[in-house]
Design a protein around this ligand. Sequence first.
Ligand code: ZN
Length: 149
Amino acid sequence: MSELSDLYQEVILEHNKNPRNFREITDADQTADGKNPLCGDALRVYVAMEGDKIADVAFKGSGCAISKASASMMTQAVKGKTREEAEVLFNEFHEMVTGGLDVETDDNNLGKLKIFAGVLEFPARVKCASLSWHTLHAALSGDETVSTE
Ligand code: ZN
């Protein structure tokens, strides 16, 4: 488990320092704002669709290292995916960080996102890790705001 924790910390710090797709999409088809009042994380997620496919996805905002790293990896994971594939990932991610899915034994498509299983050890951080996913889900559903409270 300590090996996973080391990897977890390394990846979080790296993505926090160099977040991917950290920009606005000026002609986004859908945007949503996500807030995690408990920690003070606030993100806006931008989605540009091409038919049913997520052609581009990006985020802006401020928050703790975990929320930012998670948003960064979320954009990498869903870019090029269909709406449906992104929803599958959203559900699997949510299940993973709330303990409903064991990444070692249960079938999943999480790939690199598995490192966030480490957040289970820090219950206060679960909302930080899942904020960007809830915000993406809101954007894909046509909702404009989401709060973890
Ligand atoms: Zn946070």
